[in-house]
Design a protein around this ligand. Structure first.
Ligand SMILES: *Cc1c(COP(=O)(O)O)cnc(C)c1O
Length: 467
């Protein structure tokens, strides 16, 4: 499988290079040259398989030519062995023809584990093969940092440095990062905001000398391998309730559009998905786009579902590429205009192409609390605020003849305040994290200053004879 850039001006690459590359040289994102298709019989056969085997089969065409089938199957088995539910991605029925796909049974209790547990191991495999090491750097406002740390801890070819804004992430989120004591894991609390952290990471990548000396790498949500890994649970869920015979729909809590776009990819691979509902909070740029065809950024407002407090959804460019008829030049022009003016329009044909698959939904914080309360009252389930928006979207968009699956993206215990406010019940952390509040923490504190952070990264990386 070869991969091309959404802006059409960067060289095509194979899977290994796309895995390690980050954005393409022309500023675009890599996508497969063509989408592989699974025949109805192959989809039917998935229902009988354990999750890891099913996932390896779905993803195999994307790594074909780069990673041997046997190695890939072993990596997938290893990645999903640590999940706390034997089904890995279980479905729970909420109502007639309404289901919840629970994607929070990984080590850090959010759906990002489903991709990152695989990606960390793929990095290790490819780097060992090439005799290389990398230094992963990233900024987090919450869930991504812990999922990336859990994915990279103790991997021989990786050092990982995660920046978070000091005092501005929840205590559970901070402790999920700072209590990991593996030698290759480094947490940095920055005296600044999340935007400061992100700017520091961008500046480290922009400093070419530093980037090359440290072999900097990223595992952020534009990484193609993360999208690829996320297609698997769409197949798992649809096969479990009757694919390929029955079409299904999904409602997906959305921020950077990685998860919802993975559903789109599954559909292009032959899965009969009738509708993908893009569920947003008050930061509703994507819901507005699906109403008007105009992508117009607004101020980000803080909500009860912080992982969706995003205005510029980086993976949206991948959909733009498809609805523009895979015209990289057109995408390049649109993205340039969007960066300059904060708004673009895709025209009638583009909007119709997007609407054929997607519809939008938005819910404010009061609605989110009401959805948590109702889910608890009617089904006895504690939904986290992100999942509760997905459930409300699923109910609103349901059609009688098509099973609807709401995607649950985090465990309620990650957002105990909102859940307790809505239900009166404080969700408990699962057993493997029960002593989280007592574990010792390890974290450096640094000023919002590029040189200080670079010196820290260089000192910790070089001590192990890397780069
Ligand atoms: C990251 C995240 C999302 C948003 O997913 P995208 O792929 O960025 O759209 C939703 N819910 C939770 C809990 C998350 O951690």
């Amino acid at each position: 499988m070869r991969y091309v850039s959404t802006r059409g001006a960067a060289p095509a690459l194979g899977f290994e290079d796309v895995l390690l590359a980050g954005p393409a040289a022309d500023g675009g994102l890599y996508v497969p040259e063509s989408f592989p298709r699974l025949a109805p019989g192959e989809i039917r056969a998935l229902a009988a398989l354990p999750y890891a085997e099913m996932a390896a089969r779905v993803m195999q065409p994307f790594v074909a030519g780069a990673i041997a089938e046997k190695d890939f199957a072993r990596i997938a088995a290893d990645a999903y062995a640590a999940f706390r539910h034997p089904a890995v991605a279980p479905l729970v029925q909420l109502d007639a023809n309404l289901w919840l796909l629970e994607l929070f049974h990984g080590p850090t209790l959010a759906f990002k584990d489903y991709a990152l547990q695989l990606v960390g191991r793929l990095f290790d495999l490819v780097l060992k093969k090439r005799g290389r090491r990398v230094t992963v750097v990233g900024a987090t406002s919450g869930d991504t940092g812990s999922a990336a740390i859990e994915a990279c801890r103790d991997r021989e070819s990786i050092d990982i440095f995660i920046l978070h804004p000091r005092g501005r992430v929840s205590e559970v989120q901070r402790r999920q990062m700072t209590t990991v004591t593996s030698r290759n894991v480094h947490n940095i609390a920055i005296q600044g905001t999340f935007d400061d952290c992100q700017d520091l990471v961008k500046a480290m990548f922009a400093d070419e000398g530093f980037r090359d000396r440290m072999s900097l790498a990223a595992v952020n949500s534009i990484n193609w391998a993360r999208v690829m890994a996320q297609t698997a649970y769409y197949f798992a869920a649809a096969a479990a309730i009757g694919a390929p015979e029955r079409p299904v729909s999904f409602a997906v809590p959305t921020g950077n559009f990685g998860n919802a776009y993975a559903g789109y990819v599954a559909r292009r691979m032959g899965l009969r998905i009738a509708r993908l509902v893009v569920a947003t909070n008050r930061n509703d740029i994507l819901a507005r786009f699906l109403e008007t065809g105009e992508l117009a950024a607004a101020e980000v407002t803080a909500t009860l579902s912080p992982a969706m407090d995003i205005q510029v959804s980086s993976n949206f460019e991948r959909l733009l590429f498809e609805i523009s008829g895979r015209d990289g030049n057109a995408v390049g022009r649109l993205m340039k205009r969007f960066r300059a003016e904060g708004a673009i329009s895709v025209g009638h044909a583009g909007l119709e192409a997007a609407r054929e698959v997607f519809s939008g939904f938005r819910l404010d914080d009061d609605g989110t609390l009401a959805s948590i309360a109702e889910t608890h009252k009617r089904c006895g389930l504690l939904a986290d605020p992100h999942s509760a928006i997905g459930i409300a979207a699923a109910k609103a968009a349901r059609e009688p003849a098509v099973p609807m699956i709401a995607v649950a993206t985090a465990d309620a215990a990650k957002f105990p305040e909102a859940v307790e406010k809505a239900t009166g019940v404080r969700p408990a952390l699962p057993p493997h994290l029960a002593d989280l509040m007592e574990r010792p923490e390890r974290c450096a504190e640094l000023p919002n200053d590029l040189k200080s952070v670079q010196d820290f990264v260089a000192a910790r990386t070089e001590r192990k004879g890397a780069a």
